[in-house]
Each structure stands twice: as C-alpha cells, then as structure tokens.
Ligand binder design. Structure first.
Ligand code: G1P
Length: 292
C-alpha cells in the first residue's frame, strides 16, 4: 500500500532577513529576485512539480507581500491585456483559489515553533517543509528536490529529509545526521543534531532545507524545549521520531545554493543566469570581461 500522498507544504517565512539589510527593510527576503523570479517562487514551483497543492506560509509582520505575490493582480492584468501583452509570465504566481494559506508566527522562537504554528492547517496528514533560503535547482532534464523526495517517500514512507555533504568545518551551521545504511540516494537516519560543535558532529551530511514529515511531529513540537541558539529546533523534535517511525535522508541529484548568505545569493543568481537560454551567452561574455 502506498503511503498517504503529500498535499500540503509549509514555508516558514517569518524571518527578519537582517543579513540582507537594507534591502529587506521593506521587501521580505523571500521576495528578492534571483534573476527575475522571487526566491519564494522557486520553492513554490518545486512544490507544485512534486504534486503539492496547498501552500501554507508561516509569516510575520511586514511579510504580507509574500501572500500578495500569489494573488491575482487585477489592475496589472487588465492593463496588460488591454495593451496586448503576454500574461503567461504571471501564470506561476496564480494560486488555485483557497490553496494559499497564511498563519502568523507572532514571536520568533525558532524553526520548530514556526512549523508548529501551522499545526491546525496541516491536520492529520504527512506534509512537506521548504526552507526557501535553500535554492534547489534540478539538473537539465532532471526533476526537483521535492519530487525526488516524494518518489523515495512512495517507496519507504515515514519521514524524509534532504541532505548534502559539506566540508567538515561548515557543519556547525546546520542540522547534521548520523547516517546508517545507504542504498543509492537513500540513507537511513540514526540520529540528528542541530548545529553541533565540530568535534561532536556525527558526519558531514547536513539537513538542506527540505522535509517530508508525519503529523506526529506536531505533537512532539508541542512540548519541545529550547535547543541550539536558545531556539525551539525542528531538528530536536525530528530526532525524537527516529526509532518510532521510518526516517531516511535523500541526497538530492542537482544543485543547491545557500541564499541565506549574500555570497550564496550571488552564486545562485550567476548560475541561473548563465544557464538561461535567453541570457546565458550574454552573461557569460560579461563575466569573462569582468574577470579580465
Ligand atoms: C535551519 C535548520 C538546520 C538546517 C538549515 C538549512 O537552520 O535548523 O537544521 O541545516 O536550516 O539551511 P538555520 O539556517 O535556520 O539556522
């Protein structure tokens, strides 16, 4: 019997984006464009590709622009239509009515707390989580990260996280897995630790911002105390599910850009621009000129 389908995704987007000030004083970080699509659009498109229908945004004050982005801009569309302009570029921003839901995280108590804020909307179903800072790009002709995860989920069920290997000295910035038996892209997860000191890190495989979790995690989060950085950590709650339910890691076959950092954001912008058929050659020529 195949496991219950993944129909809902939670996007924690309440963060203040202080690393990108002053750009993020008024504009939510998730709306900053990588070439011509806002960061959040990449995550939502990846969710749709994986068959996910409902998008649940955990927002905060000043971040309502994210919800606006997925609404129909009536005046814009009317004016464009009158001028005979092509509206297809707006297609990915149109949500099916009722499929974009926003809940508020009033106080920034951590990622685990942000996810818990969506519990009533998630209900009693397995669900996906996307951290939009982690920009996952499919190989040419390949599939996105969440679609690869859903395919694995249909085989093994339970809980899945995406992982990737980083140089050992970077592990303390991430959630880290204690890997068990591996089978192709799938690795059993024996343990999870959030931002461990280097000496205590069980591996260099880090949690890279995509999750498929069973609804029981909400019950664990309900009682989850503060962890690394004094925050309620999703990683700590997931760690408690290991042994209770299947728990696997999927190594994404594709590229990942850490848009939580400025350099990562520039890297993503360059890589995506270079790969675009409409501008790649021009951007390459410019990059070569700049590099002398
Ligand atoms: C969060 C998670 C961490 C994960 C990381 C990926 O950390 O808590 O487990 O590895 O995202 O980007 P944050 O970047 O919010 O500190």
């Amino acid at each position: 019997m195949s496991p219950k389908p993944i129909r809902k995704a939670v996007f924690p987007v309440a963060g203040l984006g202080t690393r990108f000030l002053p750009a993020t004083k008024v504009v939510p970080k998730e709306l900053l464009p990588v070439v011509d699509r806002p960061l959040i659009q990449y995550a939502v498109d990846e969710a749709r590709e994986a068959g996910i229908e409902q998008m649940i945004f955990v927002t905060g004050r000043g971040k309502t622009g994210i919800v606006e982005h997925f609404d129909i801009a009536f005046e814009l569309e009317k004016t464009m239509t009158e001028r005979g302009k092509d509206l297809s570029v707006l297609e990915p921003t149109r949500a099916t009515p009722g499929d974009v839901i926003a809940v508020r995280q009033q106080v920034p108590l951590g990622l685990g707390h942000a996810i818990w804020c969506a519990r009533a909307i998630v209900g009693d179903e397995p669900f996906a989580i996307f951290l939009p800072d982690e920009l996952m790009v499919a190989r040419e002709g390949g599939t996105g990260c969440m679609k690869q995860m859903v395919e694995a989920y249909n085989e093994v069920g339970g809980n899945l996280i995406s992982v990737l290997e980083v140089p050992m000295e970077q592990v303390s910035s991430y959630g880290v897995i204690d890997p068990g038996a591996a089978d192709g892209a799938l690795t059993e997860v024996r343990g999870l630790v959030e931002k461990p000191p280097l000496a205590e890190a069980p591996s260099n495989k880090i949690v890279s911002g995509r999750y498929i979790l069973q609804p029981e995690v909400m019950r664990v989060l309900e009682h989850q105390g503060k962890g690394a950085g004094g925050e309620i950590q999703l990683t700590d709650a997931m760690a408690k599910m290991i042994g209770q339910q299947p728990f696997h890691a999927v190594t994404f076959d594709g590229a990942r850009y850490d848009c939580g950092s400025k350099v990562g954001f520039v890297e993503a912008t360059l890589a995506i621009a270079l790969a675009r058929p409409d501008m790649g050659a021009e951007v390459r020529a410019i990059a070569e000129k700049l590099l002398g």
